[in-house]
Design a protein around this ligand. Sequence first.
Ligand code: ADP
Ligand code: MG
Length: 381
Amino acid sequence: MKRKIIAAVIAGLLLFTGCSAEYSVNGTAGGNAGDSAKPADTTEKDADPLADRAFDRVIYDAMTVPYMSLRAYGQHAEDALIAGEVEIRRLDDLLSTGKADSDTARINANGRGTLSRDTAYLTEVSLDLHDSTGGAFDISVYPLMELWGFTSQFEDEKDNTGTSRREAPSDKEIADTLSLVDASKIEYDAETGGIILPDQMQIDFGGIAKGYTSQRIADIFRSNGVTSALIDLGGNIQTVGSKPDGSPWKVALNDRNRGTFLGVVQVKDMAVISSGGYERNFTASDGKVYHHIIDPATGYPADNGFSVDASVSIICSDGTMADGLSTSLYVMGPEKAIEYWRAHSDEFDFVLMTDDDKMYVSEGIEDSFSSDTYKYEIVRK
Ligand code: ADP
Ligand code: MG
């Protein structure tokens, strides 16, 4: 298959597609994997004459997820890709805080309501995560996101180097807004899907929605009979099965927009999802940089060892969890993140990179992760 390079500057990010025949790139630089269609050589191909043939669908939506690309193999691929794109649009309409008739906008405007199946599920997962992460993951941070100017509706003012420049809110504004944030005060009835928010509280699934979307697409692909696929939602990767030749997908972890990789993880049927302060931030006039993952304990951008120049990648079979955990562990900082993993080591693995270039890899991916760029410590249970 012909390699192609499309470079587009959307929201100040340089995004690539098809930049590597070998790797799928996780991080803000999204890419495709296994670009080369291999010659026919197995008997399995008799069952599915298109088993090795890649079908692609590239989706641009600058307002929400900047760049998405779906790749599926086999005779069911084309139908599955269409269903996948329909699902992306459906979930965007349902979850986007910026769309007046989305579930989230409706609940935020009215302070109460009944959630649809998807938002009910996301609420349950999010409230569980809030509990299990000691409040690090909190969907009620939305008023803080607005105050800091990190909502999808907010247009960053950029200078000619592509740097967003504005001032941080005052300590008083942050303290006042923080008083609205506490997901434990959300009243949610799992039986009916009814939700009631305290006065002025607003919610947003930004820390988990992309992972849920990729999980849904993976489920749709599987139920359409696709056994090999790669879902890339702006650098958040979810894989279905293995590559058509049976080998694992190789997902390269973006090294904080430095044009290099943290390393490569080989996976089958896994989501590989990263959070990083480098993905969205602004620089104040005193030179300080503020990023978009907010610590609900302080109201400020997370600064516990993961700040603007760090990254947290989660490898998990469930995309929703991978996304929720990438945000949560980012807020926690490396020490608490490792402690959390030790209590949940059956559920996921990680690659952590701190602001001062210390890299940690959990033992579950010891054999499937490699890095040419960095030395790292294997974290054991
Ligand atoms: P992305 O990859 O889209 O940047 P992340 O998974 O890194 O997303 O999460 C960042 C997003 O999560 C923010 O843009 C915001 O919508 C939301 N968010 C920020 N802080 C928190 C938090 N402490 N808990 C839950 N969601 C958060
Ligand atoms: Mg996340």
